[in-house]
Design a protein around this ligand. Sequence first.
Ligand code: GLV
Ligand code: MG
Length: 346
Amino acid sequence: MKLPRQFFRPLAIGAPEPYRELPPRLERMIHFVPPHIEKMMAKVPEIAKQVDVVLGNLEDAIPADAKEAARQGFIQMARATDFGATGLWTRINCLNSPWMLDDITQIVAEAGNKLDVVMLPKVEGAWDIHYLDQLLAQLEAKHSIRKPILIHAILETAEGVKNVADIASASPRMHGMSLGPADLAASRAMKTTRVGGGHPEYKVVADPEGDAPRAAAQQDLWHYTIARMVDACASNGIKAFYGPFGDFADALACETQFRNAFLLGCAGAWTLHPSQIDIAKRVFSPDPQEVAFAKKILAAMPDGTGAVMIDGKMQDDATWKQAKVIVDLARFVAEKDPSFAPVYGF
Ligand code: GLV
Ligand code: MG
């Protein structure tokens, strides 16, 4: 096992120093764009002003005969666009595909100084991260990349979920992780064809009482995985995300899925359709009423210790910390997205 003091050393001579802490970035939505479609690429400069992260997708949903066009389209878009404070990510093809090596070598060579994060699909264990970590260091050194390119893993195989804590701690290059409910469902042989969200048949039913209709309530298929992912990420100082929600017409179900992830600790979600951008912005920016209450708690306990009652509810050192999570996030959102400052009263 690598000694702790080696952990933060660059893996190639001339590669940039790995970060010790994640650079603070607001990443409420990771907005997917298909770089092989010119019409969509023409919209990127406008989209980049509305979202926190633009991601050029090279993996699933890009047809095999368009993989090279997508890679070239991404490189052109990366070079031609000024992203300002908006993050630029790409989802490369998976490690055992015929495209991954060219994806990473060409993109780092031609747009490495613009790229913030590489999303790696179908990560099974720490060994996948170690491979990409080493390769990125070599490419960064070769192409004089000035800041480390981070790795974001998609948690979408049963093996990956089994190894989630090892993946989260595999490298200082780890940015975070996203739940990939479609691939994960297939990998686990879950019997659903939906991309994220619930399933009407996954439920609990009340005991029989004579002939009365029995109440039933749908349960959350993803609770266990999201909770494991959040613990693995939070304990390693990296960020957890919910992935795709495939039913674009069902805004309420999308919002509910996003909010469950937010409440459990996720920082953001993927947006695959423009209609999901506002949903993610609303959900992953804390609720103004919750922020107002959290501000009251902080004001009532200036040094964060003791116990007070506010609106009939007990507050102590632990609720002070809960309130601080919310107020810190609200302050961060307001800083990066000034339209929220008056909403939160900053
Ligand atoms: C995303 O990649 C998924 O498989 O859900
Ligand atoms: Mg997938």
